[in-house]
Design a protein around this ligand. Structure first.
Ligand code: ANZ
Ligand code: ZN
Length: 821
């Protein structure tokens, strides 16, 4: 009796992983004349274990990488670790393990986990951003940027996370809280290093257009808003004579920035940020009573978040400015909603047309004057109307549309020398100093004679000392007994090393270019131009939406810097972006704190990697949220078993059968139709939608149809095609069955056969006196008389006893019967 072979996922998977690894099947080829695809998933932080989000991310990229390899492309599909950062130090504090040991042990473990998933990553291009070589080249970039004036040091008020004991860049503060730990941010004045991302603001904005249709529009919009370009008028309000006296002659006025100069006749008050110089001067003078001073100081002590969360607040400062066009006296207020670091920290307030100004005016009983009218109607005076319209009550511009009015006012102010057109960006320079140990040291030396001096390139990397005491308080590098004492690279005298390290987002801003460099050059150069020019840019990038601004903005900036330094060619690093949806369980994001985590290892050990991959790709389209479902995992496993059981009973083939389609039975034809439909589906899915779930569904239907007939040739052809389609998704079982059935032979490009899609029946409608009465299926080659006969049978109850006057057959479409009465 023939041996019954059961689907043994674990052994099959082990076998194929060994074969792939031995043959180095996933290494990029050196032949740069081949067509290429660079498929990249965002690299993981080595937290200790792979989670389902990783499984999803990497399954998606793996399907694409395997698909393009099968299509003959030279594919780069690398993996590495974003391995500097806080959790390693927290583990050190908790368990006393050194951050390096903790990090690299985690990397070893996670690499094994990734391998058990059968992911087709290059092994040779593996990297960790905490590797000394990676630090070396990053420090070299830093120095080149410093020399080009793209890095500078300044003391400024920064976002400080008390919990993580570190500074955060603006992008890393989410609604006033730390992006990592969620603690509320406080403001602190600290010296630090800044990357001049604002120098690229215009290009970062304009190049978003190149990404339209290739990146999710939501991500493009978020970046656009974050960069926040606006243009308008900047001008100076003159203080009236009494107010100048009150301020002791120290101020004659203040600058404001407005994006709506067309509303200038609607100004009913002006407002200053509590940090404004004039407010400071008044706080130090006798012109404000103690109650008012206390109130201002309270606002000053609030974080931006607290100010935003509280009601509009402020007070009249007892001084006035003169309206630049009407000379009217306008009161000056201080208000908690004016940002100190935007524009000039002062505004002209137009309550009728700005909601914040409206709320403030309503609260304090300030006048509201309408100066813009909607083109088709009247203003709703219960709220601010910020839409463009037609200027009213505005002598210089009455009747002009908003845009024209804006231009006219700007021109008027410029001609009189009263103001100028300005462009403002919300984007701020990227503060990269972190007061922590486990990061790339900033390669700067402080010399008492020469000042801030970059380290000599030949001394790179400036490596981290191993013997540190990590307590969570203060910067361990700063407290180290000897590390920071060094010689000045310029004058050779005694000097002190910078003890801050770089933001980990610096590392993730160029790892994709490093991957694109041939690993045999990694010792000798930061990036290898030939490799980078061939592989870049990334054809398909896949990762989480949480990086819509953060990493994706920094990486775009860094790409442009590297281009200007001559390292890379492209303006943009990522051609196409797919943001995958979250993995949920019971409607919530899987996370340790919620206790709803499913460990990928458990699924792999129980069912195998192919089941895990199949489930993840079948449960939802990649961009959508995915709800974990145990019975759907079982369902995926059952499908693979059915595929196995049926395939294993087929006789092996050394060539494709030739099938005479017209001789097949209805079921056999149907099986071929379903198989070829899946083939067509696959082409659509990879060309645009990436809805792998629909491709899997098509393969499932095809398998059912194959199982419903008994023609071995049809089955063999069907399995050959389905196994090819499924291989990128469930590579182990597909390779195993392909080997058993076809010797893993390639029978050549699979052609889509038209004959399979030719329908041999048609559907016809029957109308009687114009009313549809029935529909029936009939052989496509049926003669007219047979068609009419069948049509009458189908509608017998309407024809009973009636005289038929006319019988009309419109071939392929319908039968129309005309009856009497
Ligand atoms: C008068 C006005 C009338 C304004 C109107 C808007 C609508 P964006 O587009 O974000 O650049 N503004 C200026 N500096 C500010 C600051 N430091 N803190 C808070 N608000 C500030 O917005 C610019 C607008 O925001 C400016 O135009 C100003 O209000 C306000 F119908 O001036 B506008
Ligand atoms: Zn010096």
């Amino acid at each position: 009796m023939a041996e019954i072979l059961k689907y043994d996922a674990l052994n099959i998977e082990k076998k194929w992983q060994e074969i792939w690894s031995k043959n180095e099947e996933f290494e990029p080829k050196d032949d740069y004349t081949l067509p290429k695809k660079y498929i990249l998933s965002m690299f993981p932080y080595p937290s200790g274990r792979i989670h389902m989000g990783h499984v999803r991310n990497y399954s998606i990229s793996d399907v694409l990488a395997r698909y393009y390899r099968k299509k003959g492309f030279n594919v780069l599909h690398p993996i590495g670790f974003d391995s500097f950062g806080m959790p390693a130090e927290n583990a050190a504090i908790k368990n006393g393990t050194h951050p390096r040991k903790w990090t690299y042990e985690n990397i070893d473990y996670m690499i094994k986990e990734l391998r058990t998933l059968g992911l087709s990553f290059s092994k040779k291009r593996e990297l960790a951003t905490s590797d000394p070589l990676y630090t070396k080249w990053e420090q070299s970039f830093f120095i080149k940027m410093f020399e080009k004036g793209l890095v500078y040091r300044k003391s400024a008020v920064v976002n400080w996370c008390e919990h993580d004991q570190t500074v955060l860049a603006n992008e890393q503060v989410e609604e006033g809280c730390c992006w990592r730990c969620g603690n509320e941010i406080v403001q602190r004045e600290l010296p630090g290093y800044y990357f001049k991302i604002t120098q690229y603001a215009d290009e970062l904005l304009n190049d978003l257009k190149k990404l339209e249709g290739k990146w999710p529009s939501q991500v493009l919009t978020m970046q656009e808003n974050w960069i926040g370009k606006s243009y308008g008028l900047e001008f100076k309000f003159e203080l009236d004579e009494d107010s100048k006296k009150i301020l002791g002659g120290k101020f004659d006025g203040f600058e404001v920035f407005t994006t709506r100069p067309d509303t200038i006749y609607g100004v009913t008050y002006t407002a200053l940020a509590p940090e404004h110089g004039i407010v400071k001067a008044l706080l130090e003078s006798e012109n404000l009573d103690d109650e008012k001073k206390t109130k201002i100081r309270t606002i000053l002590n609030q974080s931006p978040r607290e100010r935003q969360a509280s009601a509009k607040d402020g007070m009249f400062l007892g001084i006035y400015v003169l309206h630049p066009l009407t000379n009217e006296k306008i009161p000056v207020w201080v208000a908690n909603f004016i940002l100190a670091d935007y524009g000039s920290g002062a505004i002209m307030s137009v309550p009728a047309h700005d909601q914040r100004d409206f709320d403030f005016a309503s609260e304090f009983g300030l006048p509201i004057v309408q100066v813009v009218c909607p083109e088709d109607g009247e203003n709703d005076t219960s709220k601010a109307n910020s839409e463009p319209g037609i200027a009213i009550n505005s002598p210089l511009i009455d009747g002009l549309k908003t845009q024209d009015a804006k231009e006219k006012i700007i021109a008027n102010f410029e001609n009189k020398g009263l103001g100028r057109r300005v462009t403002n960006f919300k984007l701020r320079d990227w503060g990269i100093s972190r007061q922590r140990y486990w990061g790339a040291p900033i390669p700067i030396v402080h010399c008492p004679h020469c000042g801030v001096v970059p380290e000599n390139e030949k001394n790179l990397p400036v490596a981290l000392p191993d013997d540190v005491n990590i307590t969570g308080e203060g910067n361990p590098l700063d407290k180290h007994a000897t590390w920071k004492y060094t010689k000045c690279p310029k004058c050779g005298g005694d000097a002190i090393r910078e003890t801050d390290t770089m933001d980990t987002f610096v590392q993730s801003s160029w790892y994709f270019a490093r991957y694109a460099s041939d690993e045999r050059t990694w010792e000798d150069m930061a990036l290898d131009k030939d490799g980078v020019d061939y592989w870049m840019n990334v054809d398909q990038y896949i990762g989480g939406i949480e990086h819509a601004i953060l990493h994706l903005l920094y990486a775009r900036f860094f790409q442009k810097v590297l281009r200007d330094l001559g390292y890379v060619r492209d303006d943009e690093p990522f051609e196409n972006l797919l943001t995958q949806g979250m993995v949920l369980k019971d409607g919530k994001k899987m996370s340790k704190s919620k206790g709803n985590v499913v460990d990928p290892d458990d699924i792999i050990n129980k069912y195998g990697a192919d089941t895990a991959r199949l489930f993840i790709l079948f449960a939802a389209p990649p961009q959508k949220e995915l709800e974990w479902n145990d019975s759907a995992v079982e369902g995926a496993y059952r499908f693979l078993n059915r595929l196995w059981d049926r395939a294993i009973n087929l006789a092996p083939r050394s060539q494709m059968p030739t099938i005479n389609h017209s001789n097949l039975s209805k079921e056999e034809k149907y099986a071929r139709l379903k198989v070829y439909e899946a083939l067509v589906k696959s082409q659509d899915v990879f060309a645009q939608s990436f809805t792998f779930n629909t491709l899997i569904a098509a393969c499932m239907e095809a398998l059912n149809a194959i199982n419903a007939q008994n023609n071995d040739d049809v089955s063999a052809e069907g399995f050959y095609i389905i196994l090819n389609l499924l291989e990128p998704i469930v590579p182990h079982i597909a390779c195993e069955l392909s080997e058993r059935l076809f010797g893993r032979r390639n029978f050549g490009e699979i052609k889509i056969l038209d004959e399979v899609f030719v329908k041999d029946t048609i559907n016809l409608a029957v109308t009687i006196n114009g009313k549809k009465r029935a529909e029936f299926e009939i052989s496509a080659s049926a003669k007219q008389e047979d068609v009419l006969k069948e049509a009458k049978t189908q509608t017998a109850k309407w024809l009973d006893g009636k005289e038929i006057l006319k019988e009309i057959y419109i071939p392929g479409k319908l039968v129309n019967l005309v009856i009497k009465g």
